[in-house]
Design a protein around this ligand. Structure first.
Ligand code: ZN
Length: 388
């Protein structure tokens, strides 16, 4: 059989990353492209996605009929079952069916899921959570994303909205979060949370190497790395605060789920190595039940920027495995149904036999009864005649 390839995409607010995997799950080609210009429509972004796939094919020399499937992770609420981007924060898609046009264009199945869910799935199949069954993942980036693997399967909840750990409310009187609530984990521990703490301190007259980088919006991870390497006090405080709340959030989830492992990933974690994991580890015992704490490990994600494209590959494998299971299940169901039909026929036959027997008995009974009745009549008649 000719080699088949999977194309995996990471659709982000600023760029679309793409990779081609061969049948050994090795990346043979990569390509990335800016996803949005100002005023981009859904159609524009869809064209970018199509062009990334076409560019990957062109530069690798792989033909359209050699593709097995295409898969992608994207931010926001994704209807994984129907391939619909319900809502996504930094892209123009709203209730947008992205599956149909891509399947029509390339003639292969197209899968899509929430980027952090997909990232955790990637870590579960190919990264730091490989070999575990229950996995909680925190991804620290501009926002704070979450993912959950339960008993070896990605858990997405009703309407594919589960694992929004970024909006665990840890202080109802805390800083305002992008979601409108106060004191969410994201408002403390994401790039937004860290940036706003630094901004606040700078506005109070303190000095920080990060002042320039948080002036408008959030910093880029490489500047955080630099500031920490230079022991910038305000930056260290901001990261300590972020890790303190991350430890509380992780502790709550550990007590709720009792996972085998908690994974920390995302841009901030990637830029700072094991720093985030180690700082959370130093505090986590305070927020966990000792018995539950004793069976959980805390790890740094292993796939970095590639967690999403590996997760997309995992999504293809999961979909194919469940399709196989379904068809095997259907075959087994057919067999069971056939057996049941045979049993039913046998039962019917037996029931008929019984009915026939019962009828014979009944007839015999009737005959006997008639006979008895005849006797009685005769007796009655004789009695009558005797009385006369
Ligand atoms: Zn929130």
């Amino acid at each position: 059989m000719a080699e088949k390839y999977n194309i995996c995409l990471d659709i982000g607010g600023t760029k679309v990353l793409g990779a081609i995997f061969d049948s050994n799950d090795t990346i043979v080609c990569r390509y990335k492209k800016k996803s949005t210009e100002s005023g981009s429509s859904s159609q524009n972004v869809q064209e970018v996605i199509v062009s990334v796939v076409e560019e990957l094919l062109a530069s690798s020399g792989i033909k359209k009929n050699q593709i097995n499937a295409i898969s992608a992770g994207a931010p926001g609420i994704i209807d994984q079952a129907n391939g619909i981007i319900v809502f996504t924060p930094n892209l123009p898609f709203r209730n947008y069916d992205i599956r149909t046009p891509l399947e029509e264009k390339f003639g292969v199945p197209f899968y899509i899921g929430n980027d952090v869910n997909v990232g955790v799935l990637g870590e579960y199949h190919y990264g730091a959570a490989k070999g575990y069954q229950n996995v909680v993942g925190f991804f620290v980036g501009t926002g704070m994303g979450g993912g959950l693997i339960l008993n070896g399967s990605l858990f997405t909840g009703t309407g594919f909205k589960a694992a929004e750990y970024g909006h665990l409310i840890l202080d109802p009187e805390g800083p305002l979060c992008g979601c409108g609530q106060r004191g969410c984990l994201e408002a403390f521990s994401s790039k937004q949370g860290i940036s706003s703490y630094i901004r606040q301190q700078v506005s109070r007259g303190r000095e920080s190497m990060m002042a320039e980088h948080v002036k408008e919006g959030v910093f880029r991870s490489k500047y955080l790395k630099k500031a920490l390497a230079n022991h910038d006090t305000v930056t260290e405080e901001a990261v300590d605060r972020a890790c303190h709340y991350l430890a509380i959030g992780a502790g709550n989830l550990i007590n709720t789920i009792s996972p085998d492992v908690v994974i920390f990933g995302g841009g901030v974690v990637e830029a700072t190595g094991n720093l985030i994991r180690d700082k959370v580890l130093a505090e986590i015992d305070r927020y966990c039940m000792p018995s539950i704490r004793s069976t959980v490990e805390l790890k740094t994600a292993a796939l970095g920027d590639d967690s999403n494209i590996y997760g997309s590959l995992a999504m293809i494998k999961d979909a194919e495995a469940s399709a196989k299971k379904t068809s095997a299940g259907k075959a087994a169901a057919k067999k069971t149904a056939a057996k049941a039909a045979v049993k039913k026929t046998a039962e019917k036959a037996a029931a008929k036999k019984d009915a026939a027997k019962a009828a014979v008995k009944k007839n015999a009974g009737k005959t006997a009864a008639k006979k008895d009745a005849g006797k009685t009549t005769a007796k009655k008649a004789s009695a009558k005649s005797t009385a006369k």
